[in-house]
Design a protein. Sequence first.
Length: 354
Amino acid sequence: MELRDLGFDQWFRDRREELNRPDCTVARVTAVNRDSYLVRNESSEVLAELAGNFLFSAESILDYPCVGDWAFVQYHNSDTFAIIQGLFPRKSFLRRKTPGRNIEYQTIAANMDVALIVQSCDFDFNLRRLERYLVMINEGKIQPMLLLTKSDLVSPESIRQRISEVRQSNIHCMVTALSNITGSGLDQVRQVLEPGKTYCLLGSSGVGKTTLLNHLVGRDLFQTNTVRAKDGKGRHTTARRQLTVLDQGAMLIDTPGMRELGNISVSTAIDETFTDIQELSRSCRFTDCTHTTEIGCSVLMAIENGELSEERYRSYLKLLKESEYLQLSYIEKRRKDRKFGRFIKSAMKQYKKR
Ligand SMILES: Nc1nc2c(ncn2[C@@H]2O[C@H](COP(=O)(O)OP(=O)(O)OP(=O)(O)O)[C@@H](O)[C@H]2O)c(=O)[nH]1
Ligand SMILES: [Mg+2]
Ligand SMILES: [Zn+2]
């Protein structure tokens, strides 16, 4: 095995030249634990920790290693242990807002080529959620693919129906229905997976991500768990993100089922962060008050009489605007981006004419 087989392509080789760390070798982060990591190179996979100066210079959570990252490492104890000295820039990455009141992000995985969105054909199928995944994946510059699992639990007609709903929503990524029980559709997935490329399984708990991975590995390497019968909800069995190299050469990152996507909960997080404004807005005259121009808006009145600082109000509006953009559907967002692109173009033309 060579580093190239683990995804270390020309782009990373160029970065290696630029970064010039002759004191280190290169390895890929394959798992993230609470405060240790697994890193893998041409010959082995070993436990690793962060160098002290790494901890010192990290400014945000996004600076810490995540699964899929390429790292500069130093090996110790006859290559049985490694210290991570630094990270390569990420060619692509997925992030989401961390649960809780702070508006902070968390990296899910880095340097993957394709994100496999997994929804089950029965309880879990949901177009809105699918669009939100697509927004996140689109932002990460990653190619999406949709896997509809548990096809054994619904009729062929209902599978066709689901796929046509996807198409009607103008979503054009590749879609495959599969069953981990009967094995139908698994060959199609195997054919898609290219050696040297990295794939990431994303989706709710209990949809069968790990079961699929075990099928592709060829044995029950990772733990799976039954779902609740009444609503098909999973039990959050997979607890850490881990990269597995398949015998056929593709790499698959399994992730814990997501309760919420960051961009779904941004507006809730904003309300939680600005409880004072939330409180005030209850006595606005209109229930759908945007607190910008309305008559009888208690938020505007509170600014007027000095109860609420203008600065806080501004940062509230700014975050709200951002979250509105995040909550646009994938399609709307693309449209908006294009519109904005055209706007810039025509503005540049006007400018040049002058
Ligand atoms: N009928 C049916 N059951 C499936 C299928 N795929 C997975 N299951 C079952 O669904 C349950 C959950 O599967 P997991 O693979 O643990 O789900 P997961 O997506 O990894 O869940 P988390 O690790 O919690 O995120 C297990 O009992 C599986 O046997 C399928 O295609 N058909
Ligand atoms: Mg799992
Ligand atoms: Zn108002």
